[in-house]
Design a protein around this ligand. Structure first.
Ligand code: HEM
Ligand code: HEM
Length: 363
């Protein structure tokens, strides 16, 4: 049994669509900044640099995401994930499955826990430190949240210009809110320290890592956090000494990181949540009509999944058609290995044919 020759055509990437998506994303964020800050009434012009960088980085992330979605496997999983999620009859069950995946994989990150407690702690600290910092800084920078002093009462927070509750200056809650960035900075520094320590000691990591991919993100995050803590120290204990210089350093490191987001390792922040769709597809395909292995007659995977796999393999330029009319993907994993083995076993004869009778494809 022979498998036809395999060839690989790199998938052609189209840039026109992603560029448009990137421009639209930047335009939408710009509009939201204008509307959310009540026509820039609550927008602090000193934070213009941060805003421009965020708008550009947001467009670049959307651009890169759109390019990533052009990969045959990603595109198939993404489309199927959405299609299965919005199935009318199973919407409640799908929402439940998606919520479970989000809770275990995105929030609790149980799959990293399986790799080691320290690795889980490392990621937990970095991720939640960054999420807390982003949740505080972006709304403030965009003018979506602002505070106003109300006499002796304390500060009143406003969200999109609508008043929220007043925070007493001496409240424990107010103290935690005002120092939220300091807590997040300590979390990020601790998480990055654990990550760098592992990367300097673990032989497996040393063999695979590169400076740009595996150390730059930590160094940038540490630079942001240390400069942020220096801002707090400057205003609390040094009467604002060097404040504007450190604020500039903080801004520069934040902007560098924002621009690094779409092109480096940190892009996984937006890539990873797509795993919700993949898990949903795997779960639903178990309930669909199953594919039967033509060799051992066992049911081994959802037929839809196998059909999608064949299409993706074809889109990538691989040809796994066999002389008996089947495709390698039609077989269960065990029989696939056997069929492959048999095919390799027949190779010497095929080569002999090449040497004796000339190239098979010339005939
Ligand atoms: C604000 C959000 C996030 C930030 C700042 C972040 C940051 C990082 C950083 C800096 C690393 C490199 C750690 C190392 O040196 O090994 C990393 C690794 C990783 N991240 Fe994230 N991440 C975020 C969100 C997520 C999410 C949502 C997921 C998946 C659900 C995820 C999955 C992973 C995995 C699997 C690794 C490899 C961990 C390991 O080595 O065991 N991350 N992340
Ligand atoms: C890892 C993420 C980040 C951490 C740990 C962090 C930490 C900090 C800290 C501790 C401060 C000092 C707060 C104070 O004085 O009480 C600060 C200030 C500030 N941060 Fe960040 N930050 C982060 C990301 C960002 C981002 C993404 C932005 C903008 C989009 C940003 C914008 C600012 C601004 C505008 C200030 C006030 C500085 C000034 O007075 O000019 N930060 N940050």
């Amino acid at each position: 049994m022979a498998i036809a020759a395999q060839k690989y055509h790199p998938v052609k990437v189209s840039y026109a669509h992603p560029t448009l998506i990137g421009i639209v994303a930047s335009a939408v964020l710009t509009a939201l900044v204008i509307v959310g800050s009540r026509n820039l009434e609550h927008f602090d012009s000193a934070l213009f640099g941060y805003t421009i960088a965020s708008v550009v980085a947001f467009g670049a992330i959307a651009f890169r995401y759109a390019i990533w979605l052009q990969r045959p496997a990603t595109r198939t999983y993404f489309r199927r994930g959405l299609q299965l999620f919005f199935q009318r009859k199973k919407f409640a069950a799908n929402a439940g499955n998606a919520a479970t995946t989000a809770a275990t994989n995105l929030v609790a990150q149980r799959f990293i826990f399986k790799r080691g407690t320290m690795r889980w702690l490392m990621h937990f600290l970095i991720m939640w430190g960054c999420i807390i910092a982003a949740a505080i800084t972006f709304p403030l920078v965009f003018g979506w949240v602002h505070f106003e002093l109300e006499g002796d009462l304390g500060y009143r927070a406003y969200l999109f210009g609508f008043p929220l509750s007043v925070m007493q200056g001496r409240d424990v809650f107010a103290w935690i809110v005002f120092h939220g960035l300091d807590f997040s900075a300590v979390m990020v520094i601790a998480g990055c320290a654990i990550a760098i320590h592992r990367r300097l000691k673990d032989r497996g990591a040393i063999a695979l890592q590169s400076f740009l991919l595996d150390f730059t993100p930590h160094l940038l995050l540490i630079a942001i956090s240390v400069s942020g803590l220096m801002l707090t120290a400057s205003s609390l204990w040094f009467a604002g000494y060097m404040y504007s210089f450190v604020a500039l350093v903080h801004q520069a490191t934040v902007i560098m990181t924002l621009f690094f987001l779409p092109f480096g390792k940190l892009f996984h922040i937006v890539q990873r949540p797509a795993s919700i769709g993949v898990e949903l597809y795997q779960k639903r395909s178990q309930e669909m009509p199953q594919a039967v292995c033509p060799r051992c007659r066992t049911e081994f995977a959802g037929q839809m999944w196998i059909d999608d796999l064949k299409k993706v393999v074809g889109d990538l330029g691989f040809d796994y058609r066999m002389e008996n009319g089947n495709t390698l993907q039609d077989y269960c994993p065990r029989c696939k290995r056997i069929v492959r083995g048999l095919s390799y076993a027949n190779l010497p004869q095929a080569q002999e044919k090449v040497f004796v009778g000339g190239r098979a494809d010339e005939k």
